[in-house]
Design a protein around this ligand. Structure first.
Ligand code: PLP
Length: 493
């Protein structure tokens, strides 16, 4: 009997068509306890504002993560407890002027009018959420029609994702689906967002965090970093930049390019205003090759440059797709939009966009945006930006004139950038490289002097909330000068 069984086992083994491999050993871990400690820390049931600075720092150090910088940067961030108008206050009571509107987004400052807070509360109380794919709301209809009224030409269809990155993600999907073409052409000096396709469209150092950018082609901006296009004057330089762009498009195969994506005034890259003729030339190239022109207004939209849209600084240039975010709700709620022209709208009446998200068209975010937007219009905020822009520019010019560490300035509306250079005319370091002693000391002084803002050397961005007045501009630049004195000295001028 035993002999028979042994034989049977061997035959059974031989009849198996695959090799044997033991499944990996499972090591059980405790996943059943409702909390790591025996119970949730009672501190979580205390009201906001009751934690000590030490409690906050402990939680930050152990649990908070950063995004574009290594995580430990979080430990040197000021802990902001409250804000008012264009000022923020930290846990030591120190006051800072909001000198770059956070990430160029707190356009209306930090004191919300009762109209805005009431509109948000009412939407929350009446209907805080329905999913956009199964129900419609009055606020969605109203915000779509208002955005469409504010956009020129035949830009009519609107979608409301939650961030600028998502807006560009959706817009790229739409461009590809509408044209049936795979490639997206964008520019090296640009930022379009942190999600898959918007990061692939991005040209700055952050693109390298994305491992697969197939289907994305990069062109040089009119203002590359380390050379100038050939030509005796601006008109000739525009001509050579456009011819180079056209040649690149032909070499790629124009019929493979769905859209050209560009910021009307590249912001993160340093407020790179372009000659009118360059932007007009890009529009003409798009028309010649049936390529969609997608203008990213995430940073410029809603008045930053003294016009409602940054592209309105280029006479006659009308995009096919516009994306925007930040100023849409002035950062009161996370919301962005994509707007498309009539032809695309017709197409997407019959075809899905190919992008979606649970929180697109979130009623509370839309209510915040709608209230902010109607306030921007009734208070003539953009008229205010236009009126203070020359004063702002004068201060920008003065910075470049009196500080040897400043090579150059650019300024439009309340949107400015200073380029830092060392005594031998070079960048102190590239944006993705660690700060040097000089740039670190400058930034320490910037904060000590009561300014809070982005700092991505070799660019110093200056973009205060759009409600800033003349005296506050003057006060902000007085603080900026003190920090630039430190930079001059540290760089060895
Ligand atoms: C021009 C531009 N596009 C897109 C984005 C991405 O927007 P978000 O950070 O809201 O995803 C940004 C963010 O700074 C931006 O400046």
């Amino acid at each position: 009997m035993a002999h028979f069984l042994r034989k049977f086992k061997r035959i059974a083994n031989q009849s198996s068509s695959s090799w044997r491999r033991p499944v990996p050993l499972f090591v059980a871990q405790d996943n059943a306890s409702p909390t790591k400690a025996p119970q949730v820390d009672p501190k979580h049931f205390q009201p906001l504002g009751s934690w000590s600075t030490e409690d906050i720092k402990d939680a930050v150090s152990s649990h908070v993560m950063c995004t574009w910088s290594p995580g430990k940067a979080k430990n040197s961030l000021p802990i902001i407890t409250h804000a008012n108008h264009i000022y923020l206050y930290d846990s030591d009571g120190k006051e800072y002027m909001d000198w770059t509107s956070q990430a160029v987004c707190t356009n209306a400052g930090h004191s919300l009018s009762p109209r805005v807070t009431t509109a948000i509360h009412e939407q929350m109380n009446n209907l805080h959420f329905v999913y956009g794919g199964i129900a419609m709301t009055e606020i969605r209809a109203r915000l779509s029609s208002l955005i469409s009224e504010l956009l020129p030409g035949d830009l009519v269809g609107c979608l409301f994702p939650s961030s600028g990155s998502e807006a560009n993600e959706a817009a790229i999907a739409m461009a590809r689906r509408f044209t049936g073409r795979p490639k997206i052409l964008s520019f090296y000096r640009s930022y379009h967002g942190g999600t898959k396709n918007s990061l692939s469209a991005t040209g700055d150092y952050r693109r390298h965090f994305q491992q697969d950018s197939s289907g994305f082609v990069k062109a040089f901006n009119f203002t590359p970093s380390f050379f100038e296009h050939a030509g005796e004057d601006e008109a000739e330089r525009v001509q050579s930049a456009l011819l180079m762009l056209e040649e690149q498009i032909i070499s790629e195969g124009a019929e493979t390019i769905a859209s050209i994506v560009l910021e009307s005034i590249p912001g993160s890259a340093g407020v790179l205003t372009m000659p009118h003729a360059y932007m007009q030339g890009v529009r003409a190239i798009c028309d010649k090759y049936s390529i969609l022109l997608h203008i990213d207004e995430v940073m410029c939209g809603f008045g930053r440059t003294g016009e409602m849209w940054g592209f309105q600084n280029y006479p006659g240039v009308l995009p096919d797709i516009v994306t925007s975010a930040k100023g849409l709700s002035a950062s009161v709620a996370p919301i962005s939009f994509v707007a498309i022209n009539e032809k695309m709208m017709e197409f997407f009446e019959e075809n899905p966009v190919g992008w979606g998200s649970t929180f697109q068209g979130h009623p509370v975010a839309m209510a915040a945006a709608y209230a902010i937007l109607t306030e921007v219009l009734t208070s003539n905020l953009i008229g205010h930006v236009k009126s203070v822009a020359p004063i702002f520019e004068e201060h920008m010019r003065h910075c470049a004139e009196v500080h040897p560490s400043i090579l150059n300035y650019r300024s439009i509306g309340l949107y400015g950038a200073l380029d830092i250079a060392t005594p031998d005319g070079r960048q102190p370091h590239a944006t993705h490289e660690a700060r040097t002693t000089a740039t670190t000391r400058y930034f320490d002084s910037f904060r000590e002097n009561g300014l809070l803002g982005l700092f991505r050397a070799p660019i110093i961005h200056i973009a205060p909330p759009l409600i800033i007045n003349e005296e506050e501009i003057q006060e902000g630049f007085a603080r900026q000068h003190r920090a630039l004195d430190v930079l001059d000295e540290e760089l060895g001028f």
